[in-house]
Design a protein around this ligand. Structure first.
Ligand SMILES: Cc1cc2nc3c(=O)[nH]c(=O)nc-3n(C[C@H](O)[C@H](O)[C@H](O)COP(=O)(O)OP(=O)(O)OC[C@H]3O[C@@H](n4cnc5c(N)ncnc54)[C@H](O)[C@@H]3O)c2cc1C
Length: 509
């Protein structure tokens, strides 16, 4: 058996594992990447956010990866790499549909909510075609002389004298790897269970959802459909098809993330407590949901499944959380530790924030001694608090999906907390917790409002007065942080400016 020696082995060559490898290599670690599959490959999870882009720029500057900077905005991405497919994402758009009814609008945009995140198409966030982007990153890793093993899997791990001996199966071969440390970036709890008997569970999550999704060609533009129905989009802050477009249903929601090659990532995230749906076969869920929502059915009419993945995929319950975030000689990246739900697209930003943190801990503790484990304890507390806050924010949304004005009011908590976090990062104030999950003011707002929401939902009926009262309460609570005029009735659910203005010369973040 051939033997290889590294400082750090990284399992999983998604963007999180590969970027971590590139950064660690640049600060002097001898690393390798082990990937179970092979690139390019289909991957879900495509919509970035302003926070994700800030972190990309920050990693690029801090760790001398100049080419990474281009990927933080649509314009620079497409100028530098037109061959790597992505889409324009100007913000978050929501459309409420009612079962059996055609989508309807009014002058107050009562069934619409558009929250701008970028000021122009050129400076906008992006929807990443992960197959392209992740493969490009792996190419960069190989170019940087990082040893990359695809179709490879760690079969066993033995720890002796503060060193790992991993047995890795690669195709027909067995290879022995020695390393001081392992980073688990596999995006699921399976490896930690196999190697360390660390279990993953959905216990303690408030959210209960599952996904049914694929990639489609020729999905008509939603705004064209609105125009066909004589619904005006004149006062929209941006073209809603160039955004993370959500259709809010009674049973969950749909994401439609458009790329610039006529491909769209389209999927349902459905409330797992709706047993009648959960127990159906995948195709039946798809056809049932289409039948219930006429405009969704109409939209999907001419769309065709893309060859990759070529089928409609279905997840189990999306919520999962590893019982440990680290152990002797290993740490898991945030998306490997846990996941809540794609709502609000926290995944990419959260994974990137994890890279910053894990790299910093390792850079400051190169001998992998006890101080590293003190930091890892803190990391575990941080990740746990963050997942809890994301869970609360998402769970409140599922509770309110039948009552769009409540959904609109509740979701403003997420946008407010994001703005606070963004502003801090822009001012170079250290941000230890993603979305300010340790900020006592923010936690107080989130938990108190959630309790009130639950009390409201328990009532026999939800009246217009209840909705106005709840909205007023949220507006009042977010006031100290609300620099974007969120919940200002004059905005009529159209928010044109929510982030600090950045231009292409603003550096580095
Ligand atoms: C339905 C759904 C929709 C989502 N939508 C969004 C969104 O719109 N926006 C957003 O920000 N996030 C979204 N996410 C989250 C997003 O997918 C993740 O944040 C992102 O994929 C994390 O990247 P990663 O590199 O950590 O993990 P992954 O992308 O999961 O990569 C892990 C890699 O590890 C490999 N691997 C697995 N097991 C092993 C093993 N044992 N050994 C070696 N390699 C292994 C896999 O093949 C894969 O290449 C979504 C997630 C889901 C489930």
């Amino acid at each position: 058996m051939a033997e290889k020696q590294y400082d750090i082995v990284i399992a999983g060559a998604g963007f999180a594992g590969t970027l971590t490898a590139l950064v660690l290599k640049n600060i002097g670690f001898h690393v390798c990447l082990i990937e179970k599959g092979t690139h390019p490959r289909f991957a879900i999870g495509e919509s970035s956010t302003p926070i994700a882009d800030m972190i990309l720029r920050s990693l690029s500057v801090k760790y001398n990866l100049p080419w990474l900077h281009d990927f933080s905005r649509y314009g620079s991405w497409q100028r530098a790499h037109p061959e790597i497919v992505c889409g324009i994402k100007r913000g978050f758009s929501y459309y409420k549909h009612y079962p059996g009814e055609a989508f309807a609008s009014d002058t107050l945009h009562s069934n619409e909510l558009l929250v701008a995140a970028s000021v122009s198409d050129t400076l906008s966030d992006t929807n990443w075609l992960r197959a392209d982007f992740d493969a490009f990153l792996v190419g960069k890793a190989v170019e940087s002389d990082i040893d990359y093993f695809d179709e490879a899997e760690i079969m066993s791990a033995v720890r002796e004298n503060k060193e790992w001996l991993f047995t890795v199966r690669r195709r027909e071969d067995l290879i022995a790897f020695r390393a001081d440390f392992l980073i688990d970036a596999t995006g699921s709890g399976l490896l930690a269970d196999k190697l360390f008997a660390v279990k993953s569970s959905a216990d303690r999550f408030l959210t209960h959802s599952f996904g049914v999704f694929s990639h489609f060609h020729n999905l008509p533009r939603w705004t064209e459909r609105l125009h066909q129905k004589n619904i005006s989009t004149e006062d929209y802050p941006y073209d809603a098809d160039n955004s993370a477009l959500h259709h809010v249903l009674d049973e969950g929601w749909i994401w439609a993330l458009r790329f610039n090659n006529n491909l769209t990532s389209f999927g349902f995230a459905l409330n797992g407590e709706e047993l009648s749906l959960r127990n159906m076969p995948t195709e039946e869920i798809w056809s049932t949901m289409r039948r219930r929502y006429p405009d969704i059915d109409g939209l999907l009419g001419d769309a065709t499944l893309s060859a990759s993945p070529g089928i409609i995929l279905r997840s189990g319950r999306l919520q999962r959380r590893l019982e440990r975030t680290f152990g002797e000689g290993w740490v898991a990246m945030p998306h490997t530790v846990g996941f809540v739900d794609p709502l609000f697209s926290t995944g990419i930003a959260y994974s990137l924030a994890g890279i910053e943190r894990v790299v910093e801990m390792l850079a400051e503790n190169r001998d992998f001694g006890q101080p590293l484990y003190d930091r890892l304890q803190e990391y575990e507390r941080i990740v746990s608090a963050e997942l809890k806050l994301i869970d609360l924010l998402v769970a409140g949304c599922y509770k309110t999906m039948r009552h769009f004005p409540l959904f609109t009011a509740w979701s403003m908590l997420y946008f407010t907390f994001t703005i606070v976090y963004e502003q801090k990062r822009l001012k170079n104030i250290p941000c230890d917790y993603f979305l300010e999950a340790s900020n006592s003011d923010i936690l107080e707002i989130a938990y108190t409002t959630y309790e009130e929401l639950l009390a409201l939902m328990r009532g026999p009926v939800i009246s217009d007065t209840d909705i106005v009262k709840f909205t007023d309460t949220v507006r009042e609570r977010i006031k100290p942080f609300n620099t974007a005029g969120l919940l200002n009735p004059a905005a009529r659910n159209m928010y044109h400016h929510t982030v600090a203005k950045l231009d292409e010369t603003s550096a580095p973040f």
